[in-house]
Ligand binder design. Sequence first.
Ligand SMILES: *Cc1c(COP(=O)(O)O)cnc(C)c1O
Length: 376
Amino acid sequence: MNLFDVYSLFDVTPVKALGCKVWDENGQEYLDLYGGHAVVSVGHCHPKYVAAITEQLGRIGFYSNSVRNPMQVELARKIGQMTGLDDYSLFLINSGAEANENAIKLASFHTGRDRMVAFRKSFHGRTSGAVAVTDNPKIVSPFNARQRVTFVDLNDAEAVERELAKGDVAGVIIEGIQGVGGINIPQPGFLQELRRLCTKHGTVLILDEVQSGYGRTGRFFAYESSGILPDIVTMAKGMANGFPIGGVLISPIFKATKGMLGTTFGGNYLAMAAAHAVLDIISEERLLDNVAEVGNYLISNMPQSEQIRTVRGVGLMLGIEFDGPMAEIRKRLLFEKHIFTGVAGTNMIRLLAPLVLSKAEAQQFIVSLKEVLQKA
Ligand SMILES: *Cc1c(COP(=O)(O)O)cnc(C)c1O
């Protein structure tokens, strides 16, 4: 049997990693500015993280959600404390798409409505409901496209208001910062306006912080800079440093009923051990401060080059937009400079480094990019 061939692979086989470094089978070292797609948050193989999962596996590895699990309760308490959302509730699942599926269901249960508003260039995941609110024709099947979703431009509050005024919109879903769509930041005031409109029309406001959350921007969630309170926040990628997990933060306006949502694997002991270790490391090592500092350093030291159109982003969620296709530059960064980077579209290199990235490692990238651009 072969693998279903859906990924374009780089010819690299990582076998070992530590912090922001990865080694392949030939012992070649790489600098990881991609974090396995914004997932590796506290660094590869952080000893405290490894110990937490290993010890947990030796105690009890799995039971179902039909018994008490104090680790879940404690995780909710900790996240509440770190985000200020103490009076919200936590629902645990296994991925970002699942988090958004459940958020959309909650919005629909709560309002009794069946239409969603989402934004152009959005990405919310690959499962049926999550992909339906995604604006990327390559990954939305004809089946998903039948769901009732209206797309409007990011920052177009008038278009949102026109849709919400029709009275049938269950929820508006928006990324804290658009990732896949090319590091698009909601302009100042837009989230506040969305908040006002959703409240006015009885529509649920869902902030998808799957990529932009969990410290990536130097705040716990990217939306925090706006000062608003969403009705639902979804999270996943950085939550457990690579152990599959997702979470939905649900405001007190929602009333849970038994059986309304559910999952087999969500909230399992190993995921909980991993998630606790990540939160503890984020606090103990003051990683939010590190993200802000190293992120600013990267932005202000980016090479001046006529090939670069803009650099945008916050913290360690950065996009370097080129005047043309960047595939060759990215390839040379990987094979000549041994640096992993991500992409957004054809013209943007996306940096999603582990939150532990040091200034020296950032500097290594800056020097390497300069050299690659000079030789282009
Ligand atoms: C990655 C991502 C998702 C989907 O998460 P999965 O864990 O791949 O299902 C959803 N929303 C955003 C903003 C993402 O970046």
